[in-house]
Write a protein that binds this ligand. Structure first.
Ligand code: ZN
Length: 318
């Protein structure tokens, strides 16, 4: 059976035909339009271009936003023009195949737990580190979504009471200390605190510095950048210890844009995690691994979920 997974992001729509082993047979992409109706059309056109060539049983959408617990409605997507839109039913009517929605971090976690870095793990967590943190949990093979479909917001666990302001309205959220955005903020603070240090980052115009630039500077031995990276590693470890205290995962998959720089922080993050978790030294530790699927994880996971729900004979998809 073939299914299509679609990654619906703020800048592009990517759709792939995926087989039962996770092999990607074909891919189409389009720019993300501004309005919700145009977006539905862009997704339908992208999917149709593939469905005309392959026998497709169902379509799964990985959406960067909140999805209703029955996975039919996008409640809210910060970067897309969808507010309480029954996206699954609208697309199913246009495409004449079952359509399933999933939060993109949940979909990515499914790809990794079924076919990737957490394959077979009974309890797996995904921590996708990019601009912020996207979190997901797979418990006994099932995506954990809470009572109302919005769990888990791992990125907004408060690690530092009274800490950095977060766009969510709180202070001290995990993602304010462990993300590409956090790298920039930490490096900027370090530059101000250590004017005696020479750093390539000091030459970059304030406001133009990016997390990628900090990572690249750390790679070349820049001391300020390396301190910023060490700070990210510490907070990654501290946050993982909180996640482990609640869920005791077998595997934690690190995903997102920072993975290319994982060799700069993952070893140190594991040490911080091992030291900070409750019962340190007297319990098995989660394996902390970089994801297999990179930026294809959400798309592949959505295709896997679509396939599983056809096989399960979900009535609302028929
Ligand atoms: Zn927050």
């Amino acid at each position: 059976m073939l299914t299509i997974g679609v990654d619906v992001g703020g800048t592009s729509v990517r759709a792939s035909v995926v087989d039962a082993h996770g092999r990607i047979l074909d891919t189409r992409r389009a720019r993300t339009p501004r309005t919700g109706q145009e977006l539905n059309s862009a997704i339908a056109d992208t999917v149709r271009a593939l469905a005309d060539r392959y026998p497709v049983a169902a379509v799964g959408l990985a959406v960067a936003g909140f999805v209703s617990e029955d996975r039919r409605i996008v409640r809210f997507a910060p970067h897309l023009d969808w507010r309480h839109v029954p996206v699954a039913d609208e697309l199913a009517a246009r495409l004449d195949v079952p359509v399933l929605l999933e939060h993109d971090a949940n979909a990515a976690a499914v790809a990794e737990q079924r076919l990737g870095a957490a394959a077979g793990a009974k309890v797996a967590a995904l921590v996708a580190i990019g601009t912020g943190i996207g979190g997901a949990l797979v418990l006994n093979g099932e995506v954990f979504r809470g009572a109302y479909g919005v769990a888990p917001e791992l990125g907004h666990l408060r690690l530092v009471p009274g800490g950095r302001q977060c766009p969510c309205g709180k202070h001290g959220c995990w993602e304010r200390y462990c993300s590409g955005t956090a790298l920039v903020e930490t490096a900027t603070e370090l530059l101000a605190a250590h004017p005696e240090e020479t750093s390539v980052l000091a030459a970059i115009e304030p406001g133009k510095l990016t997390g990628v630039q900090v990572a690249q500077a750390a790679e070349t031995g820049d001391s300020i950048a390396q301190l910023a990276m060490a700070d990210l590693a510490k907070w990654l470890g501290e946050g993982l210890a909180l996640v482990a205290d609640v869920y005791d995962p077998e595997v934690v998959v690190i995903a997102g844009g920072v993975c290319e720089s994982a060799h700069l922080f993952l070893g140190s993050a594991r040490e911080h995690y091992a030291a900070a978790v409750t019962g340190a030294g007297h319990r098995p530790l989660a394996r902390v691994r970089v994801g297999r699927w990179g930026d294809k994880a959400g798309m592949v996971g959505a295709a896997v979920l679509a396939r599983e729900h056809v096989l399960a004979g979900e009535p609302h998809l028929a």
